[in-house]
Design a protein around this ligand. Sequence first.
Ligand code: AHG
Ligand code: MN
Ligand code: MN
Length: 329
Amino acid sequence: MLGMTLTRFIIEQQRQFPGVSGRFTSLLEGITTAAKIIGREVNKAGLAETMGLTGRINVHGEQVQKLDEFANTTIIHALDHTGLLAAMASEEMEDFYPIPDPHARGPYILVFDPVDGSSNIDVNVSIGTIFSIYRPPGSAAATAESFLRPGREQLCAGYFVYGSSTMLVYTTGRGVHGFTLDPTIGEFLLSHESIRIPERGAIYSVNEGNAAGWSSGVRAYVDSRKEGGCSARYIGSLVSDFHRNLLKGGVFLYPGDRKSPEGKLRLLYEASPLAFVAEQAGGAASNGTGPILDLAPKTLHQRVPLAIGSRLDVEEFEAAVSGEAPGGD
Ligand code: AHG
Ligand code: MN
Ligand code: MN
């Protein structure tokens, strides 16, 4: 028995929810094709020429890994000819990328983090890709404003984890579903249907190396996790930390601190897509004062403080930091 392939699952979803158009299906399939290619490179990163640094510095002042660039290019080439996208934006591109040929444009826009957890590439720790699809109002010729939409307007969001297996987890607003790549046939097979995150977890994930700069509210919250007997788990790849907490329950934090009041993670292609998944699985995602999904970025690479995971854990975080200015006392 082959099992439920991603293609069949989407077709059956289409039947149930006519709003999910066929065009959208080939978008999702294009993204999974890119992920299979990226996953192949990840699995041989120790051997391939994609290891190491390019020597370039990106818009965030961070070293660009060869795999970041490879993955960025792979996603663009997998989707730029589909006639479905007006433009794309990614962590690795300073400005958005309009589809060059006006005849090859469509109504959707794609935002993505091609490789999340880049610092883990060379040490064989799991990393991921995050993506999100919008259909901004107005003409097919995208502008910068087309990307500055609140996360609530996302049509689809999800991520790939390149770990002990390659997994796809995504939502179109009708629950969260997980697929595991069977490399022997190159198909993503349904392995986690209708994922629900426990409303309270026993795991907290935060880089405690930043504790000296936290506000008193953040510090008190993290102490409460310890006093509550929670386990500390921190991989350093947002996608992997989030995925574990989604399945087991728990909270991931990247709060602001004195040095970076808005934290480190980017709203458009890290926090918003995972917030959509979290809420669809019964969890929550907050910047400390309110839902991530209510926030519209003012710039493509805007950072945002993030608490994401089990609903009650996130609500307790909001209570702990309520009334504080972003980034601290
Ligand atoms: P990216 O590799 O796309 O830049 O993302 C890295 C992010 C995220 O994946 C992770 O949670 C966080 O950086 C880890 O940051 P610290 O090393 O500061 O904890
Ligand atoms: Mn990232
Ligand atoms: Mn990245």
